[in-house]
Design a protein around this ligand. Sequence first.
Ligand SMILES: Cc1cc2nc3c(=O)[nH]c(=O)nc-3n(C[C@H](O)[C@H](O)[C@H](O)COP(=O)(O)OP(=O)(O)OC[C@H]3O[C@@H](n4cnc5c(N)ncnc54)[C@H](O)[C@@H]3O)c2cc1C
Length: 242
Amino acid sequence: MRRRLTWQAARLREVRDETATARTLVFDVPGWPGHLAGQHVDVRLTADDGYTAQRSYSLAAPADGDRIELTVEAVPDGEVSPYLTEVVEPGDQIEIRGPVGGWFVWQPASKAPVVLVGGGSGIVPLMAMIRARRQAGSSVPFRLLYSLRDQDRRYYAPELRQPEPGLDVAYLYTRATPPGAARPAGRITLADLAEGGWPADFEPDCYVCGPTGFVEAAADLLLTLGHPPERIRTERFGPTGD
Ligand SMILES: Cc1cc2nc3c(=O)[nH]c(=O)nc-3n(C[C@H](O)[C@H](O)[C@H](O)COP(=O)(O)OP(=O)(O)OC[C@H]3O[C@@H](n4cnc5c(N)ncnc54)[C@H](O)[C@@H]3O)c2cc1C
């Protein structure tokens, strides 16, 4: 039976800047039931006059007791994300409900190779999967293709720079490439996925996350490469709310 989700108090413990426009927020949520990498939470903010706004945010790290991490990108003129990235401070309390989602998840016991395809802030639940793999001591091979505008937009850069056996990371820049890069700037292509992913006959599990257009384009390319639809799991970061 489905667990009924209730709102829980979450106190901000720590913040870490990821880029000029994104930051990671670490919350203490007493009684947190735990979660799987790939799941998300709903966040609810309540103004002094009682007005509320709620949005979904992916969990950025695997379960760690009562502690959870989100990484939020500031959407210009957004209602909720600028508050989370610029206003809320350690010690402040918000409300969280979750974990939500049972399909876009990676199970640490899984033995299938994994292709992770992230666009922009779509890296967040994929990073939770990479961290969950590390935490579980899994040797399942992971390949990450991370599409983003330019180097300054990289989330988790120091962590992804650390060599990790069985984890391949490829950055696909869409606007500006670092000096000497072999791949020209541009949107994700069939060649990117053919070179940076796993062949379909390896039967990998594919996880694609990002803005709706990115997810649809990348999922279509994976289908073209022969990956069966049931092996392609997608999460769209379109606008959410109530
Ligand atoms: C399952 C799920 C998980 C998500 N996880 C994350 C996450 O880990 N990190 C993260 O930063 N965001 C995530 N999002 C997106 C997030 O829920 C909000 O949509 C986003 O933060 C914008 O909210 P806002 O209130 O600031 O903007 P709004 O006030 O809702 O919108 C302001 C303007 O921006 C546009 N807009 C809204 N959302 C987006 C968007 N995502 N991209 C581009 N334009 C947008 C709106 O159409 C509107 O024009 C997730 C969404 C879903 C559905």
